[in-house]
Design a protein around this ligand. Sequence first.
Ligand SMILES: CC(C)(CO)[C@@H](O)C(=O)NCCC(=O)O
Ligand code: NA
Length: 618
Amino acid sequence: MDPLEKMHFTTIDYVIFALLLVASMGIGLYYALSGGRQRTTQEFLLADRSMSCLPVSLSLIATFQSAVAIVGVPAEIYTHGTQYWFIGCAYILGLLIPAHVFIPVFYRLHLTSAYQYLELRFSKPVRICGTLTFIFQTVIYMGVCVYTPALALNAVTGFDLWGAVLATGLVCTLYTTLGGLKAVIWTDVFQTIVMFAGQLAVIVVGVQQTGGLAEVWRKVWEGNRISGIDLNPDPTERYTFWTLGVGGVFLMLSLYGVNQAQVQRYLSSKTEREAIMSCYMVFPSLQVALALSCVMGLVMFARYCGEDRFHKIGNLSKNEMVLYFVMDMLQDIPGLSGLFIACLFSAALSTISSAFNSLATVTLEDLIKPHCSSMTEARATLLSKGLACSYGLMCLAMAYLTHVMSDSVLQAAFKIFGMVGGPLLGIFCLGMFFPWANSTGALVGLGSGLVMAFWVGIGSIVTRTSGGPAAVSHFNCTAVQLSGNITTAVGTALNSTAVPTSTSSQPMGLQRFYSLSFMWYSALSSFTVVITGLIGSFLTGPMKEEDVTPGTLYPLLGNMLFFVPDNLKQNLCCSTPLGHRPIINVQDVCTEEEEEEEERQNFLPTSPTPVVEHETTV
Ligand SMILES: CC(C)(CO)[C@@H](O)C(=O)NCCC(=O)O
Ligand code: NA
């Protein structure tokens, strides 16, 4: 294996990278010194519930668009063609359902943490289990997020790995601790723009160097990179229309519906309407983000197709491929490689800053406050800043853990989302849609969902099945024998040790279960939670609809059974309409004027909120 010569950075590249860090710090400082100067938890954790939809929507996409997607998706397209692009189909339901089901329920309950819902609906133990599950998920995920760009940068430029990890981790900790959620949201806006600009620059230069759009198209078409829709129903196939378009909806729901990082942004919106609008606005931006990374993969393919270097690139890991391509293309254009590095780090910063703030929120609201009811506001604010800072430092430790257990980062992220986010999605669905579910059922459900998810997840890692080196579609580029090299590349990305490169034998029994595509993990584990949760509830005495806290149910069954007469529905316990008035939480410090203002904005009889629909269906 011939190591690629290290690229180098010019001064201007370093300057651009430094500007990103300085600008982010500046935004943090600005929000530390303006407005309420971060002296209340309402401001620090919820941006005073005053945000409008534009910054919120950009911040929503920034949260789960990390460097993992920026380096992972193009490498996926390069090696396996455009099948992955079909995940864009999942964005439709994956955003409509949060907008019209989860946001109205959470917003009207006037929550701070999504897990407060679990206590209102079930009990305190369920809330604590939910919170701990979320903390576990986020802490692992942020390690992957901070490590990925640093590793890629190190591999290609020789830039110090731990230096980059420390710089991002510390800068992010600082501006998150200083400026609170307002700083997190506004840095997200800035960083999303840098992210798009960096990717666009690479695409434009790449197309130009390949010889124009027509040439790029010819090469990717002849090279078999444009995938048709794959309707293979086999659930062990990594990416098919079903795994992406259906399994992907559950993934999106666990991220955009019930994940605290996102729920907190919905709750920071001025009105429910703004929150719903922001969710709608995520759709086009997320499609743009997806298109940019897919097109970058195609351009990368076209650029090297038919060249000698293809061999070398084939030997790189998936994480390094994109960076190599970028540095190779941009190194003659001063500043552009710096811009792309800034893009990569923007993606990482915007994800870990959301993680720090949401972790501080749930730790304070769900784990500490219930035990210290007499805490003063000043002390709570100080504590939340301390928490944001500690999670920031913990992130550095997690980066080290990721370093030890290297895996293909895109798959690692999807596995974390599915294995831990899936059961969380399940427990919220159980509570919202099924009035019979009780607290015991919820605990049993969450437990079995996690067991199921970890069984298949760990099983697949140990037996190296799910998402293992899938058959590589053959290349048509003249003069290059690629398939072998690419397969090795995928293998190297997955495991440092040898991987069986042939997947021709059909797995049987448990082996087949372990090879379930990781895109189904969310769906599998959330269904497990709902089903075992319902069984557990019926065995221990189902809840009566009238005993459930008002406003915590969403009349899904009632709406679905619209043809059933009302009195029969009453007997089936599925007729409760969605709460019309927010239940004010005692923990929230909100002045009366603010409440009135909110009431006025949310419940204007003439306001064309889509939610009005639910009221008429009853
Ligand atoms: C969340 C999705 C699937 C939305 O397209 C995408 O942003 C993604 O693939 N994320 C991977 C994880 C990450 O970027 O950290
Ligand atoms: Na991000």
